[in-house]
Design a protein around this ligand. Structure first.
Ligand code: ADP
Length: 712
């Protein structure tokens, strides 16, 4: 029941759409319009794909915005932040010169925090701090290290199956991997150490985290990493290292699966080329380097992850270890600065490059929170997957096609509304797909709508200009033709009028007896001439069908008779007819074909003002009759040849006095085609023309209409 009412409803809607289309956009029923719109849409798609890399800042601006307006989600409960706050670093700053110049906080204090976290039973400790220098730098290092580094080394050595993930720095000036590094990690045989030289994203792409460097590490990185006991041959980024460690892998190096995916510790992770994000790669040059970036699926604004200040950890370690246990047991603990929001590598890069998204706003996160989000993304497997390029092409093409059709089939305002609706729809869909962790680029289809709209507008304008010019030309030609036709029709009528007056006068004076038959004969000729002109007009009326009265007759005999009649009308021309002795027996409309052939003969003489012999050849080849009319007159320019068979079109020079209406050849073509034949012209300006007609020899004949070889 409900199914049939749904069906009726659908039919009603389709019916209305059809009615609306018929009334407002009848152009949509024209398949040519669809085809040319599809071509325009294709060009727009290719252009847009070509320039899509330049749209990246817009795309990422939109992505950033949509992430920002998305409500917070529950972060992974395993991730906890231990924050070094501004107070900690400021207090350290005061005594830094005497104490230690190389850490955000005194290393003793850092050591105490790590030890406390270990005691509380964390599963992984991620150190988002760059321990770049031995501490302190300068003379008497050994003495001082005892005082400064000892606490940290001791903390690292505290027993416990904790995995430490530490950030390291790949800068050439770094001394981290010298002796002090050995001191920190060299003896930690029981612990697995992971380290990352790729903490920051070199391109400054928003909210991306450097994920993997494919292939072996550079010589320098290898040399720098030598003192570390690393598992594997290359270095994992901190977030991935922490994730792998969390699953019990010592230092899983992500493997490249294809150009858009890597796999790490069993997770298949979508990646983007990090040096520049090319949106539609197949059309783009390949990325210059081979670094990839994972998009972090943002959990929420700053403060979303549980964050404990260092002071709270140390206080609870002494006073309430149970509390500390509930905070940290079996958790991934990330230690780093939470106050330094403007000084993370991400912000650092974006501040200097205005084309990249500035993250200094309320949603800005510290590097620590960025890592927390990255680890959360991998743990919860909420990867932001870009739509495959093929799907993007289809969307861009579809948007362009809709635009092209709208601009061509609707009026201006309707088209603008349709374009805006298309852009709005894409943006709306894109925004909602982010919820499903799918990234639909929306600036690209939007740009394609605009581009295709512009192209279609220009195309339509050019087409309508062309049509207007053609219509104007036709109007002029028709006017000239009408004037000639009126003149031609007036002549026999005037003659008839004159002859009738003569007869009337003569009758009055009773003088007409001898001349009467001759006068009547002349009147009848003029009537024939007028009727013939009218017939020509009727044949040239495209709305009037040509009803053939088919009989069988000899085309050669007809041609010879016409040549005699036509040739008699000129003193400077002759017409010679050649053909086979047995003649050319053909089925056709005798009167129409006679008209067509005499039109061609007439033209041959008319457009050969110097005079000469017009040659006419008739013959048969297989089941086709051939008739050619050759002259050596004015000829027709190559430009004009395609249009001489158009109605009203004349190809004579503007100042020519040769009379004509431009409907003769049109009539010939109609007659020939009505017989199932065709006509061609071969001509050269100044050298003459040849018109060739091909006609089928046989037609279906009406009963008893064979008048072989006879003229009716
Ligand atoms: P018109 O009444 O002008 O003769 P037609 O339809 O018979 O009209 O011919 C169209 C045009 O083709 C003519 O205006 C003329 O320019 C050109 N044309 C036709 N036949 C010939 C020919 N034999 N030689 C040169 N030009 C020709």
């Amino acid at each position: 029941m409900s199914g049939s009412s749904g069906w009726i409803g659908t039919r009603r809607v389709t019916g209305r759409v059809r009615a609306w289309t018929e009334e407002h956009a009848p152009g949509l029923r024209n398949w040519r319009r669809w085809a040319s719109s599809a071509v325009l849409a294709l060009i727009a798609t290719l252009l847009i794909c070509r320039i899509s890399a330049t749209l990246s800042p817009v795309e990422f601006g939109l992505l950033n915005r949509w992430f920002a307006v998305r409500p917070a989600r529950q972060p992974s409960p395993e991730i906890v932040l231990v924050g070094i706050e501004r107070g900690d670093t400021e207090a350290h700053e005061a005594s830094r010169l005497d104490d230690c110049t190389c850490s955000a906080i005194p290393r003793r204090r850092l050591g105490a925090v790590i030890a406390a976290i270990k005691r509380a039973g964390a599963s992984v400790i991620v150190l988002d701090l760059v321990l770049r220098h031995p501490c302190p730098v300068g003379v008497n290092e050994d003495d001082h290290r005892e005082a400064h580094d000892a606490g940290l080394v001791e903390a690292l050595e505290t027993p416990g199956e904790v995995i430490l993930a530490a950030g390291v720095n790949p800068n050439p000036d770094s001394t981290y991997f010298d002796r002090p590094a050995q001191a920190f990690v060299g003896e930690l045989a029981t612990q697995r150490i992971v380290a990352s030289p790729l903490l920051h994203n070199p391109s400054g792409v928003i909210r991306g985290v450097g994920l993997i460097q494919t292939g072996a590490p550079s010589e320098m990185a290898r040399a720098l990493a030598a003192p570390l006991r690393l598992v594997g041959v290359t270095l994992a980024p901190l977030s991935m290292a922490a994730y792998a460690a969390h699953l019990g892998h010592a230092c899983e190096i992500p493997e490249v699966v294809d150009r858009n995916h890597v796999s790490c510790a069993g997770a298949r992770i979508p990646v983007w080329a990090s040096s520049s994000i090319y949106l539609l790669e197949p059309f783009m040059p390949p990325p210059r380097d081979r670094k990839y970036t994972m998009f972090i699926n943002w959990v929420g604004p700053p403060g979303t992850f549980p964050t404990y200040p260092i002071s709270a950890i140390l206080a609870n370690d002494e006073l309430a270890p149970d509390v500390l246990n509930t905070w940290l047991r079996n958790r991934i603990v990330i230690i780093g600065a939470v106050g330094e929001r403007l000084n993370t590598p991400y912000l650092g890069t974006s501040r200097h490059k205005p084309d990249q998204v500035d993250q200094r706003g309320s949603v800005t996160m510290s590097g620590l929170e960025v890592h927390a989000n990255a680890i959360d993304t991998v743990i919860s497997r909420r990867f932001l997957e870009p739509l495959p390029p093929q799907a993007m092409w289809a969307i861009i093409f579809l948007c362009s096609l809709v635009t092209a059709l709208a601009v061509r089939a609707l009026n201006t305002w309707q088209a603008i509304v349709a374009m805006a609706a298309t852009i709005g729809l894409v943006a709306f869909v894109a925004m909602h797909l982010v919820w499903l962790n799918i990234w639909l680029y929306s600036a690209t289809p939007a740009a394609s709508v605009v581009l295709c709209g512009l192209m279609t507008g220009l195309y339509s304008y050019a087409r309508s200009r062309e049509q207007t010019t053609a219509l104007e030309r036709q109007a002029v030609e028709r006017e000239a033709a009408t004037a000639t036709i009126v003149h031609d029709l007036k002549q026999p009528l005037a003659a008839i009028g004159g002859l009738t007056s003569v007869m009337q006068m003569a009758q009055t004076h009773k003088e007409l007896e001898h001349e009467e038959p001759e006068l009547l004969e002349r009147i009848s000729r003029q009537v024939e001439r007028a009727l013939s002109d009218i017939d020509e007009l009727l044949v040239a009326n495209p709305d009037r069908e040509l009803n053939l009265n088919v009989t069988r007759f000899d085309l050669l005999t007809l041609t010879r008779d016409l040549a005699v009649a036509q040739g008699a009308g000129s003193t400077i021309h002759e017409i010679e007819v050649h053909g086979p002795d047995e003649g050319v027996l053909i089925d056709g409309d005798f009167a129409y074909l006679a008209r067509a052939i005499s039109n061609l003969m007439d033209n041959a003489m008319k457009y050969w003002p110097d005079g000469g012999t017009v040659l006419v050849e008739a013959g048969a080849l297989g089941d086709t009759a051939l008739l050619r009319v050759l002259d050596q007159g004015m000829g027709i320019s190559a430009d004009n040849q395609p249009s001489i068979f158009d109605r009203y079109h004349r190809a004579v020079p503007e100042d020519s006095s040769i009379p004509g209406t431009g409907i003769g050849l049109y009539s010939v073509k109609r007659i020939v085609e009505a017989h199932g034949g065709d006509i061609e012209v071969d001509s050269e300006l100044g050298r003459g023309s040849t018109f060739a007609i091909r006609l089928p020899l046989r037609q279906p004949l009406p009963q008893a209409s064979t008048s072989e070889g006879l003229l009716p």
